[in-house]
Design a binder for this molecule. Structure first.
Ligand code: COA
Length: 203
């Protein structure tokens, strides 16, 4: 599959959230979130995010995200809560192997907005996008073994634990930690009943 021929939607909605491709002008909200969440996101931040120290840096990063999207390397979405219109986090699909095809899912939710089911809701929306629009047969997800919140998001979304790589991540303050790998196959995925518009499942 040639990913340049793929045109996934740039906006997708759930019951409580709007997920939208970043665009110029998103930098102030992005930078404000980052300033408030450096500790919360410390072990998750890639170097490009870590090196954002001003609104201008944030604008540059967002424009880099736009370039990566254009090249079909990174489908990255900001997440806004519908009711308050606040920027609450990020979710993305990246590291595709188009010969399979498969892709990796990642996300974060700003600390003040956690524990409301937002990560699960956003992750389910991107699973629908991956299986329906990118036509992948498999989605992968990895998290540190001492990140129960992320592991729980994976399990809530139906991922299966496929492996544990020992000493495969390092916390910013030094210690090594195992990394968990999850996978979800197209045939295991449960398509949301009303497109991707749904709330958190509490079964
Ligand atoms: C991981 C993260 C995205 C979870 O976001 P969230 O919006 O709070 O998650 P949800 O509210 O959708 O919760 C999903 C499940 O995880 C559980 N959970 C959330 N935070 C938890 C915590 N700190 N410890 C244990 N379980 C937790 C919830 O109870 C829920 O399970 P349930 O449906 O069985 O009740 C968020 O904590 C975060 O951004 N952390 C920092 C960045 C990060 O770790 N990103 C992922 C890297 S792999």
């Amino acid at each position: 599959m040639n990913p340049l021929l793929l045109d996934p939607p740039e906006t997708t909605e759930t019951l409580r959230l709007v997920l939208r491709r970043y665009q110029p002008g998103d930098a102030p909200a992005y930078f404000a979130m980052l300033e408030r969440n450096r500790e919360h996101l410390r072990d998750f931040m890639p170097p490009a995010m870590e090196s954002v120290h001003s609104p201008l840096d944030a604008e540059l990063l967002i424009r880099q995200f736009m370039v990566e999207w254009q090249a079909r390397n990174l489908f990255i979405f900001g997440i806004w809560e519908k009711e308050s219109r606040q920027y609450v986090g990020e979710a993305y699909l990246a590291n595709a192997d188009w010969s399979i095809p498969c892709i990796e899912l990642g996300y974060f939710i700003a600390r003040d907005w956690t524990r409301r089911g937002f990560a699960v809701e956003a992750a389910r929306a991107l699973l629908a996008l991956a299986f329906e629009h990118l036509r992948v047969v498999r989605v992968e997800l990895q998290c540190a073994a001492d990140n129960p919140a992320s592991a729980q998001v994976a399990e809530r979304c139906g991922f299966r634990l496929e492996g544990r790589h020992r000493n495969r991540a390092r916390h910013k303050d030094g210690p090594l930690v195992d990394r968990l790998w999850y996978g979800l196959l197209r045939e295991e995925w449960t398509k949301p009943s009303a497109a991707v518009v749904e709330g958190p499942s509490r079964t």
